[in-house]
Write a protein that binds this ligand. Sequence first.
Ligand SMILES: [Zn+2]
Length: 599
Amino acid sequence: MEESYLVSARKYRPSTFGSVVGQKALTATLKNSIATDRLAHAYLFCGSRGVGKTSCARIFAKTINCQHRTPDGDPCNECDSCRDFNEGRSLNIIELDAASNNGVEDIRNLVDQVQVPPTTGRYRVFIIDEVHMLSTAAFNAFLKTLEEPPSYVIFILATTEKHKIIPTILSRCQIYDFNRITIQDMIDHLQYVAGQEGITAETAALNVIARKADGAMRDALSIFDQVAASSRGTITYQSTIENLNVLDYEYYTRLVDAFLASNVQESLLIYKEIRDKGFDSQFFVNGLAGHFRDLMVAKDPQTICLLEASDDVRSTMAQQAKKCTPQFLYKAMELCNNADLNYRVATNKQFLVELTLIQLCQLLSPSPTNSGDGEGQLKKIEPVSAPSAAPAPQQQASTPVAKPAPPVAVNPQPSAAPTVAKEPISHAVHPAPAPKTFAKVAPLGSMRSISELNDISIHGNRKKTEQAEANQAGVKRNEPFTDEDFAKAWNEYAASIPTEKIVANAMITCKPKRVAEGHYSVRALSLLQQRQLEEARPAILRFIADKIKNDNLSLDVDIIESEDEAPPSTWRTAKVLDRMKTDNPYLDTFIAEFGLKPD
Ligand SMILES: [Zn+2]
């Protein structure tokens, strides 16, 4: 007898309840109902593909016909009946795949067979797979039999889509919901199979296979065969990710380390490595977003169960998650999401992804506004925004961290924006020395004395003493403030009115510029924007005045005169890039070194 090659999915198909992977509670209940002889006439097995529904149905059929069940309720696999089952000769099991046999005729044939009692054994079991595929007429033809089958008949209906089963069927069945098989259960089973086959397999490699199988044990075993076939007795992590062309979490873990260290070069190099391996950039961006999501759930012991991974990977992820603040993760997910949304329309997709990586590196980098102490802008700015109750948590995360934000995000340095807007696009990527915008911002951002403020205030030149009296009376506040304070309050207001899209967008895209102390002007891009901003002006000024504790404020709203003056389409990208350059003087060098271009 020559030994034929059996694929693992068939060879290691479970033959007892005990060997069904990942369904312990469910198989225990089934065994118990057999042991106590409390069988229903019809069962409905629900669950996604590859979780063991058909296997359980077969084991169930075999067990109830077994002549010498084991003490713990499994089939003996030795008696005549069990052997007939195992060799596919038993007449007591009839399987119908409703996906391909869903007509009335098919059901009539089945109903005819139901009338025939078993010649050996006690029960005949009818398994109807993908039962939701039956036509309505077929369902109706089946209903009567399902309701009152002969005593020797048991129906086991299986479906991947329980919601498609009509209530009249549901109410006649005992329902079992199969779990998705966890990654760890799969790894354990694959390890067992590898052992039986005399193959050494690294746990990390099996983890990759289990993830790829996405909850289906059958698929996991097929993939295992594929990898084993080319591995000559040893399945390594490296050979597995190469064989399956999988972008595994290890890349993402390295990338996040680079983000945390604000290491732009490293992140760009890892991205190149990933591209060189032939991975699609959008696929990569989505994978990265998924990794941030996994880190978020790994941060909390309560949610780590949502992380589909082996125990090893879980602890690695939990360790990395400890290094990330929630704000960092929210913001990072948002950046990835934006990149994903913009991907299709981007003319230079690689640049878009690289820009996103750079922005991710900026999230925790030191900058002029956080005094470069390496604390990170997130940590630095967080407490400031806390008292403002208006923005929702997510906006809180995005508003104060405006610096590394995606193109549409707010910009905390108002004076910089309009300046940049009028500059040619190319300026953003040329390795220009000391961006002009920063030079302009610095003097404006400096503190001014109270007397100076009072003198210039367009609301009248008050003397210090007069002001103090006014304050006591609760009339006019006049605390010193910087353009940055003003811009910050401006952005906070914009973030607090998410439903007033026109005003919010206008405030995000058009930044106020100081024309005199306390007096600002903003240039709307359209007549509509101008009107809306004018209408909102009192509310905006009230809000800002409360924030910076200064009532001597005014705001002009004019409109950009000509088309020429309107910002170019890539203006936002250019703006963000300019911002990042002011934060990180080395960025120009990187851009030059990597030969990055905006279009
Ligand atoms: Zn038996």
